[in-house]
Design a protein around this ligand. Structure first.
Ligand code: ADP
Ligand code: MG
Length: 393
């Protein structure tokens, strides 16, 4: 969809704002440019719709050099959203949103219909079409700014730190809106931000800029798991790096390899003795070749002690198990939600190889989220209301 080939931008008398950028953005991607202030993000983006000229190299849209288009036509074919929405204060919301379709000379009925569709997409009431921008909250104005970029059904939408001026709650609502619009329409989005949380929430593709250089150009997962250098690591932050590391932890790395188990042929007396010896209230039951057959609990054992003869008579066969090579991130929630104290780990042949205990998981989760800090102290500060205005107020 968009391709940068050896693109360099030098403003007069300065060091390059963008140096030799090579980036390919596929159709339907949500691509975030992220980096510190002055790293060249805006410049890079504005070379796509030729709001900035290209010093050397090429920017291609669907294989065609942007310089081969008429610049005004090109800009109308690409949606553009900026930080302070750029709405015209003396025009109604309706006139603001249909500005580009009007310039493209759409017939009147189509314009009317489009205005109604767009206000709906913005999740605002139709009556707002007749209002002026100043009669809307900052968040509502930016909702209009966002849908306006889609007004002429542009396939490519550029957004330059569109939510930078909004409070955190409104910002999250707008991120949700943009994400939904992108997923529903399948359009290609290029989005500049300096906020890693925003990039990780929205992006399917991240380009990290530093001093005009593209330092990493990859998927969010790869960036988290294989940061290209220290600059990227710092941008991601220690907390997220730790989290990402845990993301690749497998069950076998945290499992206990010596579960307390008993043979299927054992007597209830043997089971009871073993439970007492090892201070456990359940035993995993295996056959002679270590295949997991089920488990027995002390409650049931005591209930049936005089009626049943062996372990196999009181066996509970329905057991939730995990595989050793499963990722913890995929299993931890299910394990914790089940409220069990451990989960048996079995290999592909259903041979018991270990257990994952609830306490091991809880430790791991706490370490990931809170590091060395006291979790309770941390929760208290987070729940205090910081007084952010919500968009609907
Ligand atoms: P970012 O969007 O990442 O903050 P920019 O692309 O705006 O970065 O700027 C990159 C570099 O180019 C900065 O050093 C900035 O000062 C410079 N720059 C941006 N626009 C201009 C301009 N119109 N004239 C001269 N220098 C500029
Ligand atoms: Mg910028």
């Amino acid at each position: 969809m968009v391709e940068f080939k050896n693109v360099t931008k030098i403003y007069k008398g300065k060091t390059p704002a963008v140096s030799n950028a090579n980036i390919k953005i596929e159709k339907g991607e949500f691509c975030c440019f992220i980096g510190t202030s002055g790293s060249g993000k805006t410049t890079l983006m504005r070379m796509i719709n030729r709001m900035n000229s290209i010093t050397s190299g090429q920017v291609l849209i669907n294989g065609e050099d942007v310089n081969s288009f008429n610049a005004v036509d090109l800009r109308r074919k690409i949606g553009y959203v900026i930080q302070n929405n750029g709405l015209m204060p003396h025009m109604t919301i309706k006139d603001n949103i249909i500005l580009v379709p009007k310039l493209l000379k759409w017939p009147k009925e189509k314009l009317e219909q489009r205005a109604k569709e767009l206000i709906q997409l913005a999740e605002l009431p139709e009556s707002y079409l007749d209002r002026y921008p100043s009669e809307l909250s900052g968040g509502q104005q930016q909702r209009i700014g966002v849908v306006r970029a889609l007004a002429a059904d542009q396939d490519l939408i550029l957004m330059d730190e569109p939510f930078g001026a909004l409070d955190p709650i409104t910002r999250e609502n707008l991120q949700d809106l943009v994400q939904k619009l992108q997923q529903d329409t399948g359009k290609t989005f290029v989005f500049v931000t300096h906020d890693m949380d925003e990039a990780l929430k929205l992006a399917t593709h991240i380009v990290i800029m530093h001093d005009g250089q593209v330092v990493q150009n990859d998927t969010p997962t790869n960036i988290l798991q294989k940061p290209a250098n220290e600059f990227v690591e710092n941008l991601i932050g220690e907390e997220r790096l730790a989290e990402a590391k845990h993301d690749t932890v497998q069950v076998q790395e945290v499992m206990l390899k010596t579960p307390v188990k008993i043979n299927l042929g054992a007597s209830l007396k043997e089971a009871l003795v073993l439970m007492k010896e090892r201070h456990v209230d359940t035993l995993l039951v295996t056959d002679d070749t270590d295949h997991l057959k089920g488990m027995i609990s002390v409650d049931r054992l005591e209930q049936k002690y005089h009626k049943a003869s062996g372990v196999s008579d009181i066996l509970e066969k329905q057991l939730y198990t995990v595989k050793p090579d499963a990722y913890l991130r995929d299993t931890v929630d299910r394990i914790l939600k089940r409220g069990v104290s451990y989960v048996p780990v079995v290999d592909d042949n259903h041979i018991l190889v270990g257990i994952v205990t609830r306490s091991a998981l809880v430790n791991l989760v706490y370490n990931t989220i809170w590091g060395d800090n006291d979790p309770l102290a941390e929760t208290k500060t987070n729940s205090s209301n910081k007084g952010a205005d919500s968009e609907n107020e």
